[in-house]
Ligand binder design. Structure first.
Ligand code: UFG
Length: 331
C-alpha cells in the first residue's frame, strides 16, 4: 500500500516510516521540517517537503504518489506552548487537518489514520480511561486535536466511502530497538528524555513536578507506551480500515507508573543522577492510564514492549550515542 506519512521526520512519524517499510508497504514521507529531522528517514524513502496547510500542493503530492492511505502525525505537541500560543496550535494542528481532509476529498483518498491524544480527555475522574470517557480537554493542544477528531467524524458521515481511525496516545516513550532513530525535541520537556539528558550532563538535575498529588507516592501517574508498539498499532489498524469505518482507539499499556517509579527504574538502568522536588506543573492531571482493550478486541493489537525498564533502556541506547540528537550526525 502507498502510505503518505505526514510529520514523517518527527519522533513518532519517523518510527512509523520504518514500521511501514518492515510490513512491506511503500511509505512516502512528508514534512515541512519546521521541527522534524530529515536525517531520521531511511535512504530510498521518497520525501516531500511540504506544509500540509498548502492544500493544492498536498493534493498534487497525493496524486503524484498514488496515495491509498494517509498516516497523519504532523502537529505541534507541547501543552505549555499551546496555552501560550493557542492560535499557532489551532492553525498548525486543526487547520492543518482541515487542509489535509480537503486534499483527500479532492483526490479521492479514502483512508486516514489520525494521531490523537489522551489530552482530549482532560482530567477524567475515573480510571482507566475508556474510549467513551467524556472528552473535556483542559488546554488548547487537547482542543486542537479534539476539533480535528470532530472534523473526521463529520466528514466521514458525509462520505460513506471514507474510513478513519483516531488513535489516542498516552505517554509515548522509548526509541527504535536498533538505536538507529530516536527522540530529538527542542526544547525537551518529557520526563524520560529529561532524565537521560541529566545523566549525560546536559542538564543539572531532574525536578519532580509535585509530590503532593493524591496518588500512592504523591507523584503523577502516567501510562507509558513504547513508540514501536504505537506505530505497529497504526499499521495494523490501517490494514482493517473498511469504507465507512469511524474507529477510535486508546493506545497505552493499561497501567500507570509514577514519576518516582520512573526515576527509580531509570536509576537501575543508567545509575545515579540528581533529582529534586519542585512545585506542580500547571495543567498536569494526577493520574492518566488507558483501558486499551478495545483495539485488542477489534484489531488484535496489544502492546508487546510493556517492560518499563526495557523501554528506558531503548531510549538510553539512542540518547547515549546522540547526546546532541540528530545534530550529532552533522545536520
Ligand atoms: N515530569 C516531571 N519532571 C519533568 C518532566 C515531567 O516531574 O522534568 C512529570 C510531569 O509532571 C508528568 C510526568 O512527569 O507528571 C510525565 O510528563 P511528560 O512531560 O513526560 O508527559 P505528559 O504526561 O505531560 O504529556 C503527555 C504527552 C502530551 C499529552 C499529555 C496529555 O506527551 O503530548 O501527555 O496529558 F498532551
Amino acid at each position: 500500500m502507498n502510505v503518505l506519512v505526514t510529520g514523517a521526520c518527527g519522533y513518532i512519524g519517523s518510527h512509523a516510516v520504518r514500521c511501514l517499510l518492515k510490513a512491506g508497504h511503500r511509505p512516502i514521507a512528508l514534512d515541512n521540517l519546521s521541527r522534524g529531522h530529515h536525517e531520521s528517514l531511511p535512504a530510498g524513502v521518497p520525501f516531500v517537503k511540504l506544509d500540509i496547510r498548502d492544500t493544492d500542493a498536498l493534493a498534487d503530492a497525493l496524486k503524484q504518489h498514488s496515495i491509498e492511505c494517509v498516516m497523519h502525525f504532523a502537529a505541534f505537541a507541547y501543552v505549555g506552548e499551546s496555552v501560550e500560543q493557542p492560535l499557532v496550535y489551532y492553525d498548525n494542528n486543526t487547520r492543518g487537518t482541515l487542509s489535509l481532509l480537503q486534499a483527500l476529498d479532492r483526490v479521492g483518498v479514502r483512508r486516514l489514520v489520525f494521531s490523537s491524544t489522551c489530552a482530549t480527555y482532560g482530567e477524567p475522574e475515573t480510571m482507566p480511561i475508556h474510549e467513551q470517557t467524556a472528552q473535556q480537554p483542559i488546554n488548547p493542544y487537547g482542543w486542537s486535536k479534539l476539533f480535528s477528531e470532530r472534523m473526521l467524524f463529520d466528514y466521514a458521515a458525509s462520505k460513506p466511502t471514507f474510513a478513519f481511525a483516531a488513535l489516542r496516545y498516552f505517554n509515548v516513550a522509548g526509541c527504535s530497538a536498533d538505536g538507529a532513530i530516536g527522540e530529538d525535541h527542542h526544547p525537551e520537556t518529557h520526563l524520560i528524555p529529561v532524565i537521560l539528558q541529566t545523566k549525560l550532563g546536559l542538564r543539572e538535575k531532574v525536578t519532580i513536578f509535585g509530590e503532593d498529588y493524591p496518588t500512592d507516592d504523591g507523584t503523577c501517574v502516567r501510562d507509558y507506551i513504547h513508540v514501536e508498539d504505537l506505530v505497529e498499532a497504526h499499521v495494523q489498524v490501517a490494514a482493517v480500515l473498511e469504507p465507512g469505518a469511524k474507529l477510535v482507539y486508546n493506545l497505552g499499556i493499561g497501567r500507570g507508573y509514577s514519576v518516582k517509579q520512573i526515576v527509580e527504574v531509570a536509576r537501575s538502568v543508567i545509575g545515579e543522577f540528581r533529582v529534586d522536588s519542585g512545585p506542580r506543573r500547571p495543567g498536569d492531571p494526577p493520574k492518566l492510564y488507558a483501558d486499551a482493550s478495545k483495539i485488542e478486541r477489534d484489531v488484535g493489537w496489544v502492546a508487546q514492549r510493556t517492560d518499563i525498564r526495557a523501554m528506558i533502556e531503548s531510549a538510553w541506547r539512542w540518547f547515549e550515542h546522540h547526546p546532541r540528537g540528530y545534530a550529532a550526525r552533522g545536520a
